[in-house]
Design a protein. Structure first.
Length: 404
């Protein structure tokens, strides 16, 4: 039975019922968005990416990711890699320890990663529409479509869309319009600095300073003599003051600042729902697919994008989603254990990391957290009790003595 076509919408010509070969609409030119588009285009689907910016010039931000990104993207990720990290130095008060990695972490430039994925998606057949802001889904339930606003003249246009992927970041308009709840966010702020002449270029330094942040400070070396020193906070103004004080203490002058609001994973967000006749998916930061231990979301966002691309292509994406959900939930459990830690507890934690624990940290990375923590607790059982006490403290139980 042929469906009845609607009347003209907002002066546009009548919409045709989208065929199975109609383009998938990806909203947002993010890493997750372009990776989804690339996978779908390689799988034979027509894809159109709608990006609100009039130029594809993502804000620069230095990030550190595990080798999992290289395993997933291959050559597509290499243009973004500016350095490799083979050692971590962890500090808590006057305690310190070093971890040597079996496989290097990667320092990447976020904007370069997005451009590289965009090039590969477009080479595979993806169309890119710049200067198009997603407004919402049309009220017509018989012909699935989305409404866009052109930045050049603020005119509205209605586009058929039976499948929509929201990859438009933490403030996702797709997420809001489809009825998902607003995510919790935290501020990330870092300063690009000139590194001291004797700073080892293959080393990241991490400082636990719970009076400033329940997360940590980091200093990650970029290429040349530049690095990025930053932290994740809970209040934007306090985060800025803490970073400025930390820079002054270490006699580092900021060259420029980089900042963003980062989604906080508080529980699994289902990545698919129906809005009328439209299948809507979320990927990356729009779905809060972020490791809450470190608030890192590049690899987990790519994993989420891969899973929904498989689902759209009618392949098996459910297994990848289940695996990602388990990983993110485990990071949430670890974060709840660490969040109430004070300085003495972090120092004690470093003291407990024996040689066998060092081997586990060297072998397993943050995107394999379940195996990492299980092996750590196997090699140093007292770590399990430390984590359990922290978790109970978040549930209102007393933390007890600092010594074990």
């Amino acid at each position: 039975m042929t469906p009845t076509l609607p009347q003209t919408i907002r002066g546009e010509r009548p919409l045709a019922w989208p065929s199975p070969s109609a383009p998938v609409a990806v909203i947002g030119g993010s890493a997750a968005g372009f990776y989804t588009a690339w996978l779908l285009s390689r799988g034979g689907r027509k894809v159109r990416v709608y990006e609100r910016a009039e130029r594809l010039e993502p804000a620069p931000r230095t990030l550190i990711v595990t080798c999992r990104m290289r395993e997933m993207l291959g050559a597509a990720g290499e243009p973004a890699v500016v350095n490799e990290i083979r050692r971590f130095e962890l500090w808590s008060g006057d305690r310190s320890m070093q971890i040597f990695l079996d496989r290097p972490d990667l320092i990447i430039e976020r904007s370069a990663l997005i451009r590289s994925l965009a090039e590969r998606a477009c080479a595979a057949g993806t169309e890119l529409a710049l200067g198009r802001r997603f407004v919402g889904f049309t009220a017509n339930t018989r012909v699935p479509a989305i409404e866009l606003e052109r930045r050049e003249d603020s005119a509205r246009e209605t586009v058929p869309a039976a499948t929509v992927v929201g990859a438009d970041g933490v403030l996702s308009e797709v997420r809001r319009a489809a009825g998902w709840p607003k995510p919790d966010t935290v501020p990330l702020l870092q300063a690009v600095v000139r590194l001291p002449a004797d700073y080892p270029r293959d080393t990241v330094r991490v400082w636990f300073a719970p009076d400033d942040t329940p997360y940590f400070y980091w200093l990650i070396p970029e290429e040349g003599d530049r690095g990025a020193l930053g932290l994740i906070g809970e209040d934007g103004q306090k985060t800025r003051r803490c970073l400025e004080r930390f820079l002054e203490t270490r006699r580092l002058d900021p060259i420029e600042y980089q900042g963003a609001r980062i989604p906080v994973y508080t529980g699994w967000v289902p990545v698919h729902r129906k809005v009328g006749a439209t299948d809507v998916y979320l990927a990356g930061d729009a779905a809060s697919q972020v490791k809450v231990t470190t608030v890192g979301g590049i690899v987990t966002g790519l994993r989420g994008a891969h899973a929904i691309a498989q689902a759209i292509l009618r392949a098996d994406g459910a297994g990848e989603l289940r695996s990602l959900r388990r990983e993110l939930n485990f990071h949430l459990l670890v974060r709840r254990s660490l969040h109430p830690f004070r300085q003495q507890q972090y120092s004690h934690l470093l003291d407990l990391l024996n040689p066998a624990a060092h081997e586990s940290l060297a072998r397993f990375h943050r995107d394999d957290a379940v195996r990492m923590v299980l092996r750590l607790c196997q090699n140093q059982p007292r770590l399990l009790w430390v984590g359990l006490r922290g978790f109970l403290a978040t549930r209102g139980f007393p933390a007890g003595s600092e010594e074990i």
